[in-house]
Design a protein around this ligand. Structure first.
Ligand SMILES: Nc1nc2c(c(=O)[nH]1)N[C@H]1C(S)=C(S)[C@@H](COP(=O)(O)O)O[C@H]1N2
Ligand SMILES: [Mo]
Length: 326
């Protein structure tokens, strides 16, 4: 049987998450038969090693609990979630991030939280992993290019962090800044976007319970190609609003200048809420292709208003013309 060693910078060995138990039940039975009677780190390792599905090589996250905010849709296979990505810092092809993000150094890592807050603070990644209880949130994700996935993210509401830094009354927006280090990110040689990659939310959007400070997926720490070690995930907006590998979070008075909005303002608005009725100038947004189910005969799925999260978020936009505020 294969033995997997933990690297020194991995988080603590932990309980097996419910999803991993479910997905590895055959392997777990084998592990149990081999005499590993309890749910221990070694049982997890045995389960992962024995699994015939390509499984994460990262570290398991502590006691991840399920969330009522999860979609019941079947999660997109791990190999697609981690093999079909947009992360232009590592290249513009969908398989570039998986091929090249290995050069990203995810430890040590800090996130500076600053601007219009009473308590500016630099968080170490290990503090962020323990700041609030970790939840598994299976979210529908929709890229403006027309594809979608359902991804079992791990993290907690960004509101948990907001609470701890105490925004001032002048904080109207939040800016999310990605690492920009050419020595680790070969894509920075291209000027396809202005670096660093910057995204932003209105503060009430940032404080919404669905907005997830994301530290993992499929029960383990974030793979590098998905934005390790920490990113934001905003499931009712097109994927590009969900900035990866964050190093700086600024609370600001004015609407931030965001990378895609600067690159093509007519195509990528600040709001970028998923909206099947508002087409991108080059692509209809009415339907989508779910990655992992894309046989030639696979019917396209209709795209839902706010990506299916209208009940939770529509009130944030009451009175706004979403054709103008696209
Ligand atoms: N820093 C950074 N963040 C980014 C991107 C990027 O190129 N750079 N791409 C965005 C886009 S277009 C999408 S669809 C999602 C993809 O996230 P995933 O690869 O984890 O599914 O990340 C978003 N966050
Ligand atoms: Mo995207």
């Amino acid at each position: 049987m294969l033995v997997r060693l933990r690297s020194v910078d991995d988080p603590q060995p932990s309980e097996i998450t419910p999803r991993v138990i479910h997905e590895n039940r055959r392997a777990v039975l084998m592990a149990a038969a081999a005499g590993l009677a309890t749910w221990s780190a070694s049982a997890l390792d045995a389960a992962v090693a024995a699994d015939d599905v390509a499984r994460p090589s990262g570290a398991a996250l502590l006691q991840t609990r399920p969330s009522t905010l999860s979609t019941m849709e079947r999660p997109t296979p791990y190999k697609d979630v981690t093999g079909y990505n947009n992360f232009y810092e590592f290249g513009t092809d969908k398989d570039d991030p998986a091929a090249y993000a290995g050069s990203l150094r995810v430890r040590p890592w800090t996130v500076a939280v600053e601007g219009e807050v009473a308590r500016p603070r630099v968080f170490d990644i290990d503090e962020l992993l323990k700041l609030a209880p970790l939840e598994e949130r299976v979210y529908r994700m929709r890229c403006v290019e027309g594809w979608s996935m359902a991804i079992p993210w791990v993290g907690y509401s960004f509101a948990e962090l907001i609470r701890r830094v105490e925004p001032t009354s002048r904080a109207k927006y939040v800016e999310f800044v990605t690492l920009a280090d050419a020595s680790q990110m070969p894509g920075l040689r291209s000027s396809v976007l202005s670096w660093p990659y910057v995204e932003g939310l209105r503060i009430d959007e940032a404080a919404h319970a669905l907005t997830l400070l994301t530290l993992g997926l499929y029960g383990e720490v974030l793979p590098k190609q998905n934005g390790a070690p920490v990113r934001i995930v905003v499931p009712w907006k097109y994927g590009f609003k969900s900035g990866k590998s964050l190093v700086r979070i600024r609370f600001v008075e004015k609407q931030p200048q965001t990378s895609w909005n600067l690159a093509a303002p007519r195509e990528y608005g600040f709001y970028s809420n998923v909206n099947p009725q508002v087409s991108h100038p080059r692509w209809s947004q009415a339907t989508e292709r779910r990655i992992g189910e894309d046989g030639f005969l696979q019917r396209k799925r209709p795209t839902l208003m706010f990506n299916g999260y209208a009940e939770q978020v529509a009130s944030l936009y009451a009175g706004m013309d979403l054709r103008k505020a696209y």
